[in-house]
Design a binder for this molecule. Sequence first.
Ligand code: ADP
Ligand code: MG
Length: 638
Amino acid sequence: MKETKQFETESKELLNLMINSIYSNSEIFLRELISNASDAIDKRKYLALTSNGKVALEEYKIDLSYDKKDRTITISDNGIGMNKSEMIKNLGTIARSGSKEFAKKMKNKDEEDVDIIGQFGVGFYSAFMVAEEVEVTSKKENEKAHRFISDGKENYTIEECDKEDVGTTITLHLKKNTKENNYDDYLSDYRIKELVKKYSDYIRYPIMMNVTKSKPKLDKDGKEIEGQYEEYKELETLNSMVPLWKKNKSEVKQEELNEFYKSKFSDYEDPLLSIQLNIEGKVDYSALLFIPSHQPYNLYSENFEKGLQLYSKGIFIKDKCPELIPDYLKFVKGLVDSDAFNLNISREILQTSPVLKTIADNVEKKIVDKLKELKNSDFDKYLKFWSSFGEHIKYGIYSSYGFKKDLLNDLLIFHSLKQEDKYISLKQYVEEMGKDQKYIYYASGSNLDSIKLLPQIEKYKKQGIDVLLFDNKIDEFAIMMVREYDKKEFKSIASEGSDELTNEEKEKVESVTAEHKRLLDNLKDSLKENVDDVIISSKLVDSPVCISTKEGLSMEMEKTINEEKGEGEDVKSIKVLELNPEHELFKIFASIEQDDEMVKNYASVLYDEALLLEGYDVSNKQEFVKKLNSLIVKAFEK
Ligand code: ADP
Ligand code: MG
């Protein structure tokens, strides 16, 4: 007897939402139905394995077929099957959290967000995205077979039917083609093979289809007729069944990894580094991780999506799972497979999953370890990595407010004064520094050449002290977060009092300061808009002046922040003008120091000169040149 039943309200809502939405992703129906078939086989196999030989093991498989004329696709399995009440419970109601979440999200979704379905497992119902009618016949061991038919709108019918073999067969009657959707597209060997490869390659049971092949026609003597072919059918297994990442590491060749990476993540170049993980620990998982040889073309674009693919038990769940990779490693490609997830896990549950967090932490650590290893074993290759992604590592330190410094410190390399164009690690710097040297010195600027010309660096050059050269905007910000390495603090050579003075030097500075108090006070007063203090310096050798900043913001950082902050008030570093008492320019000022007016008049020349030497522009070029010239003229008049 044929019974007609209504879908539960919630199921109806969901069906409605799904059917009436535009899907960019309707192709996932096949993944869902195949994964259900695989689950059903799992159950039947388990039953057989635990029945003490009462239930025989079968050759488990999933069969696919399609009929172009009837416009149907059929998915058939020899799994556990369903009886009548199970069909009603499983196919007529919606109880799974994933689907509920999905229904909720779909209701609130805005127009653009059509990809939302990809974020949920919607299971059996996804069949209605492509089918106007779905027919399910199913039989359990020793029970009667039933047929469930529905158009996915209001009702479904259920009746007894004939079916010999245990298992489930699902037939989809495809929807009529529309302008947006050509459902006929699914009715081809090519498309079905493609979908299986894409989503279900690693299902552990064979997915079989009778595919059409062609061979040369033979004449009556059995010889090939040139240019003439005939078609024939051949049963083919469409999936490879063994995922690369589940194979023993020693069995996987680098070449296989390279090919896998290139085809899966559409890159033309081999990866710089491949990492295969088979972790047994708090959470068991396998992973394949790749560091590309070059920056992805859209790495800096707004719509770049980071994330690793997520699989569960070899079944593809999600393409880009952002929770699996920290922002600073967003260039890493790869996948994670863990039995710990359920296929229909909702996005919300996934996001807060402690299991996912454990895996993500572990993956991050493994990647960093591998990079450290690379740095020690193949520095040239590491340099290649560094030139593409070094900035991201620094960003990792900066954006974690230094929380990740212990993890990442040893990945850092910098140019330095002594190493010229080579790079030096922090470890190397500390090993090579003199035993009296207190700080790790750095200097920052927009490029190496201009940094090497900074007035403050002269003394370090003369004394043979190495200085790290920061030519990237993020360097100083990152180092602020690192603070110290191997108990040595970082110090900018452009910060006030950065140089370590001998007693002799100290005394000299003090006596010159006392001697020229009037000059210094006058300069300070005239420049109070620009600098916080004017002092006698001991760090300058050839240059007349320099600008230092007090602890905190440097001039480079000030510039970067103001450039990038958009609207709002500019930030300001606290600046100190330092004068070289040995320099001619100072001597000229000293000679006019009794003339307060004149000192005030020319104070800005000193400040502007310092600006120029630090690599910045003066604010008013005409004014600067005019004052400088008249100063020179005056000096010669004397
Ligand atoms: P899920 O797979 O997450 O449980 P689905 O909507 O995909 O959700 O499937 C609903 C239920 O229907 C399954 O849990 C299963 O009990 C049943 N089912 C679906 N397909 C099959 C099948 N091929 N064989 C046996 N049972 C199935
Ligand atoms: Mg399912």
